[in-house]
Design a protein around this ligand. Structure first.
Ligand code: DI6
Ligand code: FE
Length: 410
């Protein structure tokens, strides 16, 4: 490096998560890391460190890439703890649906909320994620299901990224559920999504990717493909809620369209795995929804591993099936419920999550040239991150080279 760095982290153990490391973590004990202009400028042994204007003694902490939650519905209004409690007191899904509950109760609350109201409810949820070292967050629309309400969700998502130290990637999920105005006319709704809503929202710069819920209770494979074609006409990448409750060959479909990720995947077939491996589509695992719904069919982890499909882990934070704002807990669940290794779980919240957002050139590992998005942890070894249920060992977080305390007040 020709000039002095802005900032040098010393007395630190690095888990670089860089590809190809023999131990999977890319562990560099007793190291140092230099930041210049918001990017990682150098990393290596302390004695070789370049000069820097400021030094940050990490006190023997571990440093990982800032964590990445690559699948959330975190911007929404209301919560459904009332329905959850009613169910645990014996109410059936039918009772709840008859009283207008379920996903439509979140749609009603979200439609009634302006951007400020959405932010007032969503920022505390985001702050909880950020206190655990998250520096990048994907946020989906999909509780508006009409142009203006979808636009407000996406504007609120962008605003989250302006108000808090987090990089936000937005995803248009207009094809999440059929709004009541289109009852019995799903194809007309998909027309409206493809021809009016998506082009308008993309034109306003509100959409980074396009997603759909391809399921018997969602949208068909053919309707999903129409969404993908509309996305591709606008130059937007696609991803998919696929094979969560049944095998709809959604993974094959999203892979055929060069998709960034297929998400959930409990009912994924070998043909789906092979298609994802060929296309480089990431498998995003969402153990929170599996846990909360008490599902029994596990995603085919070992077959994904054997096929070399990168596996990400995310919270799926949403009020109906995964009311969770802890990515560390999602990592623990992926290990405990599905036997991921702690190292795979951490890859799933860093390098592979970055790939699921198409951002792996910028974030997800500690490598020279990447954004200086970093998390510092009071732990004995990296496995502690997935191991210690309900604890938060995050001490300090760095985004684009700017240092902050882990806890954020909103
Ligand atoms: N899959 C899910 O589990 C959630 N959405 C989806 O596509 C459910 C969303 C909700 O119930 O609010
Ligand atoms: Fe989801």
């Amino acid at each position: 490096m020709s000039e002095a760095a802005d900032l040098l982290f010393t007395n630190v153990h690095l888990a670089t998560m860089a590809p190809g490391a023999a131990d999977g973590y890319g562990a560099l004990p007793d190291a140092a890391l230099a930041v210049k202009d918001g990017r990682i400028a150098w990393l290596g042994a302390r004695r070789d460190a370049p000069p820097a204007r400021t030094e940050h003694d990490c006190g023997g902490a571990w440093m990982t890439p800032g964590l990445i939650d690559c699948h959330t519905h975190i911007v929404h209004a209301g919560n459904r703890s009332n329905e959850w409690e009613a169910r645990l007191n014996g109410a059936t899904y039918e009772d709840i649906a008859r009283q207008g509950g379920g996903i439509m109760s979140t749609v009603r609350a979200t439609r009634a909320a302006d951007v400020d109201a959405l932010l007032a409810q969503s920022l505390p949820r985001v702050a909880r994620l950020l206190s655990e070292g998250v520096t990048t967050l994907e946020i989906k629309s999909g509780y508006g299901l009409e142009l203006e309400a979808e636009a407000r969700m996406l504007r609120a998502a962008r605003e989250v990224g302006r108000r808090l130290p987090v990089r936000v990637a937005t995803t248009f999920l207009g094809a999440h559920a059929l709004p009541p105005e289109f009852a019995g006319r799903a194809d007309d709704y998909v027309d409206a999504l493809c021809e009016r809503m998506l082009p308008q929202l993309a034109g306003e710069g509100l959409v980074d990717a396009v997603d759909a819920f391809c399921e018997r209770i969602g949208f068909t494979n053919a309707q999903t493909e129409r969404m993908f074609l509309a996305a591709r006409r606008l130059g937007l990448p696609v991803k998919l809620h696929a094979e969560q409750l049944s095998d709809q060959q959604g993974a094959e479909l999203v892979a055929r369209h060069g998709g960034l990720s297929a998400d959930h995947l409990e009912h994924l077939s070998q043909a789906g795995i092979d298609a994802m491996a060929r296309a480089g589509t990431v498998a995003v695992l969402l153990p929170g929804a599996y846990y909360f719904l008490r599902e029994k069919v596990e995603p085919p982890i070992d077959a994904l591993r054997k096929a070399g499909v990168p596996m990400a882990v995310a919270t799926d934070c949403n009020p109906g099936t995964s009311p969770m704002t802890s990515l560390l807990l999602a990592m623990n669940m992926a290990c405990t419920l599905w036997r991921l290794t702690p190292q795979e779980a951490l890859q799933g919240a860093s390098i592979h999550a970055a790939r699921a957002l198409g951002l792996h050139g910028e974030i997800g590992t500690l490598e020279t040239g990447k954004r200086a998005d970093l998390a510092l942890w009071d732990i004995a070894r990296p496995a502690d991150l997935a191991y210690a249920m309900g604890s938060n060992p995050c001490r300090t977080v760095v985004k684009d080279g700017v240092v902050r305390a882990a806890h954020i007040a909103v």
